[in-house]
Design a protein around this ligand. Sequence first.
Ligand code: DOR
Ligand code: ZN
Length: 438
Amino acid sequence: MSTLLIRGGHLIDPAAGVDGLKDIVLKDGRVVEVAAPGKAKQAEGAEVIDATGLTVAPGLVDIHVHLREPGQGHKETIATGTAAAAAGGFTAVAAMPNTTPTNDSPEITRWMQAPERGSSVRVFPIGAATRALKGEVLNDYAALKAAGVVAVTDDGHPILKDNIMREVLAQATRNGLSVIQHAEDTRMTQGASMNAGATAFRLGLRGMPPEAEYGLVERDIRLVTELVHAGATKAGHQPHLHVAHTSTAQAVAAVRQARRNGLRVTCEVAPHHFLLTEEHVGCYSTHAKMNPPLRSAADRDAMIQGILDGVVDAIATDHAPHAAQEKEVEFERAPNGITGLETALGLSLRWLHHEWKMPLGRVLSLLSAQPAALLNLKGRGTLAVGSFADVVIFDPKQEWTYQVRDSKSKSRNTPFDGWTMQGKVKWTISEGRVVYRG
Ligand code: DOR
Ligand code: ZN
């Protein structure tokens, strides 16, 4: 593999504590040198990328994407989903198991990572916590982990039964795996298609109450507490509960309290939940339909607050592609989900950094170092010497407009078509290979 020199850029690597002009040398898929401008010693014969005036950062890490393979290739394939990831500056994605069939097995886990899938960036499969996501019978976590699974979840479906969730947490902890919960008490959300509130009332739709989310988060935290008290930590591992796509103020508050109590409870927020509210459903727009739903302005503000004050551990997209014909139906019949890989960086930089003045390094950390740490993805989320050569190079000042017709994804279901973003990706490099050129 050739040597690559990234010259003249402003390197921001929060995990390594670097924020300044640096040259970087990439070789054989790894970072081999980070040097003062013009001082790199291992750059001889290297191909040069001129990053003058640009920001150079660790490739972004998205711990919540739906790549739809196996089985739903009409929505997305691993090739198209990871091409969209590369275009968005992501070099690692964690793929949810609600595929067809469900990712219950080492065979499917390996199939998803095989070179034949044509992936542009590294795919880390997440295994199904229970057989066929039914919340009844646990899968074999040791076997899944050995095949490359980085966490377990029934995403899309919650694990409702206390005894099953208790066992999932215990088994995952024993195997050193995180448990990601899609927190939705489906006993309260039957037949509902958006948030319970004024917009649902206006549109005559049944609504999902916020309690359905935070009630389950609180239950899960109780189970983690019990497990810790029962001495599960003596085995060397601490239980890790990660709350997916947090959308309610009370769920963030519960995570905050759990952390104060010393538990390893973490959460992620998706860009749509810190930017949009239930009002964006407008006149039954299915591009504003996802699960969890867009919530109230107070909830949206609590997501922003949680991100700014640090209780939120990661920004994750919940990239959920659906074909046009599936979304172009009555609101209540449309599937949940929107795409997100190509818009997460531009939206985060525009709003969190430029509008709300969050330091650039902190925004990037929420999109790379912190998610990589959550799922223990070694050598990702940093450009320290020895790490994987996963890099995003972007122009932090450039404003641009997202045009979904140019998307690399197979699907077009986004509410952000035509939105102005800030920070244009110029290069994405995955393990030393240029996988996107903007
Ligand atoms: O909006 C969503 N889409 N929420 C989920 O939980 C599942 C996902 C999907 O798979 O489409
Ligand atoms: Zn989910």
